[in-house]
Design a protein around this ligand. Structure first.
Ligand code: ZN
Length: 328
């Protein structure tokens, strides 16, 4: 179980932390304005408004390290800092943040910011995982596993399996991050090209992000085939009821206030216990063959030829010792 924290967002005027420290250490642009992000989580309230904590500031580092310590104390297996593997470099003109003015916080400070947290969690629990959303090569030394959130590792909806059976053209489109307009403008950008992604990053550890409290069998298999890790998200009260007590909201109900709910119809059509058991078994399988499937190098179809109907997929992996395996 990995707990969630945002690595940079602080809700404006909502907390004592904001009033006492956060407002002073918020990233500021050249006009003296705060960098603001807004997210609509619920339909019946205004969008939450967030400023960015400056990664250079001691207060933000202490706050984030404190959250990692808290997650360790709860017995979590790791903590996920949202956004830190995705945010582009931004100039901060704020003063009193511990950097020259201006400074490029995400470029210069992101790696050491996470390294500092990593040092603390290693001291407390050497196997504690540090994760972040997205993929960023400047933080490979501190991040245990990335929370896949780009083309190549994002399952937009649970009906992916149906698209898959219709053929490659459909299943690639099913991975479109259709909740987010940033990914909408170019059809080429919308399609998954996992071979290219994994061939470029053959040893990277990343989940396939599934914004839903369950993952179906085909998706589990797909994730293993591409040497990625599984994830499910428990974000809302209905997610929690589903995961803990097996309560599936009736069709048309559930998640009444949530802006981007999971696919409830699909959840109703999948046997929860079977899905969870399959995911557990799949994880055990990956662990048993971890020298290939977790720590090995993705080799796509180099050196092999697959002669099978289009619905059969196979990939090759190389271990550090030079052995090969093919998974179908
Ligand atoms: Zn700053």
């Amino acid at each position: 179980m990995c707990l969630y924290a945002n690595g940079q967002l602080q809700q404006v005027e909502a907390t004592d932390f904001w009033r006492e420290q956060g407002c002073r250490i918020a990233m500021t642009d050249e006009n003296g304005e705060l960098y603001i992000q807004k997210y609509p989580k619920y339909k019946d309230i205004p969008k939450y408004k967030f400023a960015l904590g400056c990664l250079h500031s001691r207060e933000w580092k202490d706050r984030m390290t404190g959250l990692a310590r808290q997650a360790c104390s709860f017995g979590a297996d790791g903590i996920l800092y949202d956004q830190l593997g995705m945010t582009r470099p931004l100039l901060c003109y704020g003063s009193g943040h511990g950097h020259p003015v201006p400074a490029n916080g995400h470029e210069s400070e992101r790696p050491s910011f996470l390294r500092e947290i990593r040092r603390e969690t290693s001291r407390l629990n050497d196997s504690f995982a540090l994760m972040t959303e997205g993929i960023h090569d400047s933080i490979l030394d501190s991040i245990s596993c990335f929370h896949g959130c780009e083309t190549g590792c994002f399952q937009a909806r649970l009906s992916w399996e149906e698209d898959f059976t219709k053929g490659a053209d459909n299943w690639t489109r099913a991975f479109v991050h259709d909740a987010d307009s940033r990914f909408k403008h170019d059809p080429g950008e919308n399609t998954v090209f996992p071979e290219l992604f994994r061939y470029a990053f053959p040893e990277i550890s990343s989940t396939v992000r599934v914004p839903s409290p369950l993952v179906d069998r085909t998706m589990v298999n797909w994730t293993i085939l591409y040497g990625l890790r599984h994830d499910i998200e428990l974000r809302y009260a209905d997610d929690r009821r589903y995961a803990l007590d097996g309560i599936v909201p009736p069709p048309g109900e559930g998640y009444p206030r949530v802006s981007s709910p999971p696919d409830v119809t699909r959840m109703n059509n999948i046997d929860r216990k079977e899905a969870y058991a399959y995911l557990r078994a799949a994880n055990a399988f990956q662990k048993r063959h971890s020298k290939f499937l977790c720590e090995g190098m993705f080799a796509d179809v180099d050196g092999m030829e697959l002669v099978a109907p289009p619905c059969v997929m196979a990939k090759r992996y190389r271990s550090a010792a030079g052995e090969s395996c093919v998974i179908a």
